[in-house]
Design a protein around this ligand. Structure first.
Ligand code: NAD
Length: 353
């Protein structure tokens, strides 16, 4: 994937044809909790929102026909074929209600004349705080203790944790979320190690020290992933790296599932090389998350094996899900659609060179 460039660098040929009137927006993966936030952000009637429960993919793309804008979330698929169909149906803007854009074929979007906007920043605290919650849940065995106390069992066997104070935490990707997480960990009295392709002086000001990923994994007690999923970061955590990490390492992933080779993680849990895993994202989550599987058989043996470990905590891609974040995501999305409708510069546009 070629890195995105700021909208200000756009050549003139990317400027849109003025769309007529109020744009129609096909909102995919629209959950009941999304709608009030988007409706509130659109109180002035900037666009006409039409909600679809379905995720965007090759089978559902026809729903967007006649809508100038398609609005999607993390597990919708905007690959080359879907973008071709969107363009054929008259869609000229793809509005992502998220930060990550690994699910969008940006080159195909450009080829088909579909502009792409995202929400580059909302609340980094939402994800950073959820990561901290996962870490505490895991190391202090909170889910296990809660099941036990609800059942009237107040014994402590199997609940032994460890102090975070004085432990070494490695942050991979020290951008907006990574730095917010680093700050929280600093507050706990942890030593900070960092790895990033572009170093952040704020991380060093917190007392953090940058290093290579292999070096970090060999020293850290906890590693937390906060870099985007790109071809370069796919399976950043693989069998080779897990074989050389510090024994007992705690792995946290609230970024994207594809950063981690799940099969290798399962082997490292079985051999006890990994001391625990807490994740909010999973590489095959698109078919599972945001749906209720509780009365059906989950058709993913790898995921079920992961859930079977006592030292694994999983949430279903909810780290962003706070009132503050949902409000900002919705406002930014509607603002972008308004800019598009008025033919203005799209301040949240993603383009490739
Ligand atoms: P950001 O752009 O502010 O920070 C990302 C950091 O990763 C940057 O500092 C960048 O230099 C670094 N990076 C890029 N490539 C790297 C590489 N190969 N190795 C190491 N570092 C690399 O982004 P952010 O707002 O902090 O978000 C980070 C990620 O969090 C997003 O890409 C998204 O995947 C994920 N996210 C998850 C949720 C959730 O609900 N679970 C919500 C929002 C974002």
């Amino acid at each position: 994937m070629t890195p995105a460039t700021p909208a200000s660098d756009l050549p003139d040929r990317h400027l849109p044809v003025q769309p007529p009137g109020v744009p129609k927006v096909a909102v995919f993966s629209a959950q009941s909790y999304d709608r009030p936030f988007l409706d509130a952000a659109n109180a002035k009637g900037i666009c006409r929102l039409r909600y679809f429960d379905s995720a965007l993919d090759a089978d559902t793309v026809g729903l967007a026909a006649g809508h100038e804008v398609a609005c999607i979330f993390v597990n919708d698929r905007a690959d080359a074929g879907v973008l071709r169909s969107l363009a054929a149906g008259g869609t000229r803007l793809l509005a992502l209600r998220c930060t990550g854009f690994n699910n969008v074929a940006l080159a195909a979007a450009r080829a088909h004349g579909v502009r792409v906007v995202r929400v580059s920043t909302y609340s980094p605290y939402s994800v950073a705080e959820h990561t901290a919650a996962l870490l505490l849940s895991l190391v202090r065995r909170i889910p296990r203790a809660w099941y036990r106390t609800r059942d009237g069992n107040f014994t402590l066997d199997g609940l032994l944790g460890f102090d975070l104070h004085g432990r070494t935490v490695a942050v991979v990707g020290t951008g907006r979320i990574g730095i917010a997480f680093a700050r929280i960990m600093r507050g706990f009295g942890c030593e900070l190690l960092g790895h990033d392709s572009s170093e952040n002086p704020e991380f060093e000001a917190l007392g953090g020290r940058y290093g290579g990923l292999d070096e970090l994994l060999a020293q850290a007690d906890v590693v937390s992933l906060h870099c985007p999923l790109t071809p370069q970061t796919q399976y950043l955590i693989d069998a080779r790296r897990l074989a050389t990490c510090k024994p007992g390492l705690i792995l946290l992933n609230t970024s994207r599932g594809g950063l981690v080779d799940t099969a290798a993680v399962i082997e490292a849990l079985k051999s006890e090389r990994l001391g625990g895993v807490a994740i909010d994202v999973y590489e095959q989550e698109a078919d599972l998350f945001y749906r209720d599987w509780s009365s059906r058989i989950v058709p993913d043996d790898l995921f079920e094996r992961l859930l079977s470990f006592h030292n694994v905590v999983v949430t279903g891609h909810q780290a962003f899900f706070t009132h503050e974040a949902m409000t900002t995501i919705s406002r930014t999305t509607i603002d972008s659609i308004g800019q598009f409708a008025r033919g203005e510069r799209l301040s949240e546009e993603l383009v490739i060179d």
